[in-house]
Design a protein around this ligand. Structure first.
Ligand code: IMP
Ligand code: MG
Length: 181
């Protein structure tokens, strides 16, 4: 399946599921080396990171806990600039090592705001793992400790990422097909 149509737009395969799988394994190995004896708390940011988070935490074969948060900032193809934290971390975060899991860092607004909130809970450390980064879109420099891929500033779907609610269950990552615009 080289191209898919979602709502009114056509998308083409950009990163295949095999490329994703091997990169996630490498990231998990790096995380394991550092966190295997620290019982960290993984904090996936819903909805987008649910697929990446499920793969990453299962590839990290050591004691860890999970606490989900839900943050919304996107409508359609662009960020609203406003960040809405829908439900927060459940207690017991003070003194713990947190590994925030994000699908993609675009402007960086979501993570910047979230990190500010999380710092108030006095964790022992905050680490960021993101599957994707759009360096050309970044407005707030976020220290990403574990990064899957740097990608151009084009809209992507699949592997958890959506276009107005659709496309999250695609196994590969697809990019908006500019020729079809
Ligand atoms: P930021 O706040 O601009 O960094 O945007 C981060 C959030 O916007 C991510 O967690 C995604 O949910 C969403 N997002 C950013 N770029 C894309 C994209 O290309 N496709 C789908 N969602 C995106
Ligand atoms: Mg997201």
């Amino acid at each position: 399946m080289n191209r898919v149509v979602v709502h009114d737009k056509t998308f083409k395969v950009f990163i295949t599921k095999d490329e994703i799988r091997s990169r996630v394994k490498e990231m998990a190995w790096e995380i394991t080396k550092k966190y295997k004896d620290l019982n960290p708390v993984f904090v996936p940011i819903l909805n987008g990171s649910f697929v990446f988070a499920a793969d990453l935490v299962r590839a990290c074969n050591f004691d860890s806990e999970l606490s989900f948060v839900k943050i919304e900032s996107y409508k359609g193809l662009s960020s609203t600039g406003k960040v809405d934290i829908k439900f927060g971390l459940d207690g017991k975060i003070g003194g713990r090592h947190l590994i925030i899991i994000e699908d993609i860092v675009d402007s960086g607004i979501t993570l910047m705001n979230f990190i500010k909130e999380v710092e108030k809970l006095n964790p022992a450390s905050i680490t960021i793992a993101s599957m994707l980064l759009k360096p050309e879109a970044v407005q707030h420099q976020i220290p990403i400790d574990y990064l899957g891929f740097r990608i151009p500033n084009a809209f992507v779907i699949g592997y958890g990422l959506d276009y107005d609610g659709l496309g999250r269950t695609l196994e590969d990552i697809y990019q908006l097909d500019e020729e079809e615009k």
